[in-house]
Design a protein around this ligand. Structure first.
Ligand SMILES: [Zn+2]
Length: 307
């Protein structure tokens, strides 16, 4: 499943290859890929053809390209009031390839440009992802209507650390649940949550109300570190003409300290990494480095123990 760093790599690829161009033709090869465009396939195509793409944004795992439709007179400055939105789902890929390249088996949408150059292809084997056009809601930047509930991510310069801490303090939930809550902080999936918690030495089930500001600062620094490292590695595998995301990141193989390491020694203290069930998935953590608040209390009441 593509996580934030992989989607950011795609955003940068689109920025380099699609931004500044004008859409000439759109072909929907599979209706499921545009199911979230409620007005239907023909409307989807009509809104895109002739539109110029001035920029590309990302929030969490969503990407969007504002659509500028030229005014009646040449040179008319136009503001985008809607955008092409994309979500990669489980297996979605956005590929930039020369028009002559043979169609991919799971090609869902093809977008051609007026300059006759490389086209944008949405390929998705499992079709959980999709494309749709939606009105933009004013903001910094303007955001598609259905994405307004998604919080900024830690790589966003406007992410508010103090507000995030305040929100954690009033929640009645565990720390990992809060990290996975897109309305608090976006783009942190199961793997990155475990990695960041290990780095910050925080237990996944720690009640968010018990966090002090230094804990939150350490946690956010860890999330930023993990995301930035993954982004650097994802960026190195990026071919200049081939925007690709398939959920595989070099980061997953090389740099995991907690996730998937059950039974192996913690690289910091040597204690065996433990796996516990968490919301139909798993949490990996070091029981020594990442003690829960309650566990710390229990051990602290045992006489003669040193912490
Ligand atoms: Zn440890």
């Amino acid at each position: 499943v593509p996580e934030l760093p992989e989607v950011e790599v795609v955003r940068r690829g689109l920025e380099g290859h699609v931004v500044g161009r004008t859409i000439a033709v759109v072909e929907v090869c599979h209706p499921r890929a545009v199911r979230r465009h409620v007005a239907g396939e023909a409307d989807f195509v009509a809104r895109l053809v002739g539109a110029e793409l001035p920029t590309v944004h990302r929030r969490g795992k969503y990407l969007w390209l504002p659509l500028v439709v030229p005014g009646p007179r040449a040179g008319d400055a136009q503001e985008a009031d809607e955008a092409l939105v994309g979500h990669l789902g489980m297996s979605g890929q956005l590929l930039v390839c020369e028009p002559g390249v043979a169609d991919h088996t799971h090609l869902r949408v093809r977008i051609g440009f007026t300059d006759g150059g490389p086209e944008l292809r949405f390929v998705d084997q499992r079709t959980f992802g999709g494309l749709f056009v939606e009105p933009l809601v004013p903001g910094d930047p303007p955001v598609p209507r259905s994405l307004t509930h998604i919080a900024r991510d830690v790589l966003d310069p406007l992410f508010d650390d103090a507000a995030f801490h305040a929100a954690l303090r009033v929640r009645r939930t565990g720390l990992k649940s809060a990290l996975l809550d897109q309305s608090l902080i976006s783009g942190v999936g199961n793997i990155y949550a475990d990695e960041a918690l290990w780095r910050a030495k925080l237990h996944y089930a720690r009640p968010t109300g018990t966090l002090r500001r230094p804990d939150t600062d350490r946690l956010l620094a860890a999330v930023r570190e993990v995301m930035t490292a993954a982004l650097a590695l994802g960026g190195t595998s990026f071919d200049s003409l081939y925007v690709n995301v398939n959920g595989q990141s070099g980061y997953f193989d090389r740099s995991l300290r907690a996730y998937g390491r059950a039974g192996q020694p913690c690289e910091r203290c040597g204690t065996t990494i433990r796996r516990e069930p968490f919301a139909n998935r798993s949490s990996y953590f070091c029981p020594r480095c990442q003690r829960s608040a309650s566990a710390r209390y229990v051990t602290a009441t045992r006489p003669g123990e040193i912490h």
